[in-house]
Design a binder for this molecule. Structure first.
Ligand SMILES: Cc1cc2nc3c(=O)[nH]c(=O)nc-3n(C[C@H](O)[C@H](O)[C@H](O)COP(=O)(O)OP(=O)(O)OC[C@H]3O[C@@H](n4cnc5c(N)ncnc54)[C@H](O)[C@@H]3O)c2cc1C
Ligand code: SF4
Length: 458
């Protein structure tokens, strides 16, 4: 069988893409876990959260039935605390740092407790922040992803009017268009954007793109216009397009990039995007794992992840790798794609070089070296997940200082252009949602300092 979108019934699709981390079913179940917390002094869980959520405080508030207070404690540090409770790789952040790990006991399920409070706040539309009177200042933000939204919320709280220009027709950035469908649903992402903007003072203008030569239907905006019409500009445009493999056969039908594959799946829903019978996924990062598991859940019979290094160097977490394994994905370590072969223009084989680890360099890191031997995989689909390339052309055309497309900022989140700030994936090259949220907060603080030091929050 070749690539098709007819592998699943709607029921099967819904089952395969249901919530991977279900919430607490009862208040008591949440209380039992919250009461296990030791409310540590100088809590390591808080220290390991990039947004610095006061974890023991919000858990304590759950134990005293102060759910509103608990949600406020979370949102004051991370306005996307609800989304982060579903998508954060907590095993390497708060839960990984929980002291219970040292006692070889189950860590406190911090994410699940965070979800408990924040979902209640969203469901009940609790307005936990009040906007200060207008300062008369206006800021333009480009990109309605986690960095842009978080920056907008802080600015709006301080009485600054924000307009977000977003090239897509929905907000949330990769949260809406990139993250696996079994972690967050499109409805949740929309609700979260609405909840964040419900504070007021934030307008999102959709289908508006910063840049030139736009296709029909998209409205272009220029940095010069934004500088003219606003007191400051924040760029939260994320990382750009998928990296090419630069190997023969990459143009064959059936070779797709992971971001487009997941984007289609997220944007179109059921009936789903086409998937092959035998799929190879190149890469071992979070995107590769998400693409592989979703291909399997869409009904692919065989999914093989191909990675050029060993398990020790994998960029994904062990928990993510385990999800892929549990879903039945195969893994081939020390293999690099060399060529894609096809029949009648369609993918039929992936040829891989067998790699070995070379001598350690000065930092002790051992890079993979081609052994000269190859093997082939019979496949009808190849998904490329070898990283993303920043929007080099866009930032160059705007005269913004950058390093291979990654926007360069100083310690105050400022670019080389006066009044233009930036943060999130566009600057760091691609991290997690929680890092982008913190970058948005830092950007907002820097913008307020730039506009008027007196407006700084205490
Ligand atoms: C496949 C995939 C899976 C991931 N899974 C996870 C996960 O499970 N957990 C996790 O924490 N992180 C995950 N991440 C990373 C996470 O999604 C990002 O780190 C985070 O979304 C970055 O936020 P951002 O606001 O900087 O950028 P983005 O989320 O990329 O948002 C940028 C926004 O800017 C808009 N934009 C871009 N260019 C323009 C322009 N020229 N004009 C106007 N608007 C523009 C975009 O449309 C987008 O809405 C994943 C990433 C990918 C690619
Ligand atoms: S480290 Fe664990 S036990 Fe200590 S405060 Fe954080 S969640 Fe509670």
């Amino acid at each position: 069988m070749a690539i098709t979108n007819n592998r699943l019934s709607k029921d099967q699709y819904e089952q395969n893409f249901s919530d991977i981390h279900p919430p607490f079913e009862t208040h008591n179940a949440a209380l039992v876990e919250a009461n296990r917390c030791l409310f540590c002094y100088d809590a390591p869980c808080t220290k390991s959260c990039p947004t610095g959520i006061n974890v023991p405080k919000f858990i304590k508030q759950i134990t005293t039935d102060n759910i509103k207070g608990s949600a406020h404690t979370i949102f004051v540090s991370n306005i996307m605390g609800a989304g982060c409770s579903k998508v954060c790789p907590v095993e390497k952040l708060c839960e990984g740092a929980c002291v219970y790990n040292l006692m070889e006991e189950e860590a406190i399920p911090i994410a699940k407790l965070q979800r408990y409070s924040t979902e209640k706040a969203m469901q009940n539309n609790w307005q936990l922040f009040q906007r200060k009177p207008s300062t008369g200042k206006k800021v333009a933000i480009v990109g309605a992803g986690p960095a842009g939204l978080s920056c907008a919320h802080v600015l709006s709280r301080e009485g600054i009017d924000v307009t977000i220009y977003e090239k897509e027709s929905k907000g949330g950035g990769l949260m809406t268009y990139g993250i696996a469908a079994y972690k967050v649903t499109p409805q949740f992402c929309e609700d979260e954007v609405n909840y964040i903007t419900s504070i007021g003072g934030i307008e999102i203008k959709y289908n508006q793109e910063l840049g030139k030569n736009l296709p029909a239907g998209r409205q272009g905006i220029s940095l010069t216009d934004l500088q003219k019409n606003y007191d400051a500009v924040y760029l939260g445009i994320g990382v750009g397009v998928a990296r090419q493999l630069d190997i023969p056969g990459e143009e064959l039908e059936g070779v797709v990039d992971a971001i487009s594959f997941i984007y289609d799946l997220r944007a179109k829903g059921y009936p789903v995007v086409p998937v092959g019978d035998k799929v190879a996924v190149i890469g071992m990062g979070m995107t590769a794992i998400d693409a592989a598991t979703q291909a399997k859940r869409l009904g692919a019979k065989e999914v093989t992840l191909v990675y050029r290094r060993t398990e020790k160097e994998k960029p994904c977490t062990q928990v993510e790798l385990d999800i892929a394994k549990l879903d039945g994905c195969e893994i081939i370590w020390l293999a690099a794609p060399k060529e894609v072969r096809g029949d009648n223009g369609k993918v039929s084989q992936l040829i891989c070089s067998i790699m070995k680890l070379g001598e350690p360099d000065a930092s002790g890191r051992r890079s993979p070296v081609d052994t000269g031997e190859t093997f082939s995989l019979d496949v009808d689909m190849v998904i490329k997940a070898a990283g993303q390339v920043p929007f080099e052309e866009l930032v160059n055309s705007s005269q913004i200082k950058n390093s291979k497309g990654k926007i360069v900022i100083d310690n105050n989140c400022a670019t080389n252009i006066k009044g233009v700030f930036a943060g999130g994936d566009a600057v760091n090259g691609g991290k997690e949602v929680v890092d982008a949220v913190q970058a948005g907060k830092d950007g907002a603080k820097a913008i307020m300092e730039y506009l008027n030091p007196q407006t700084l929050p205490k």
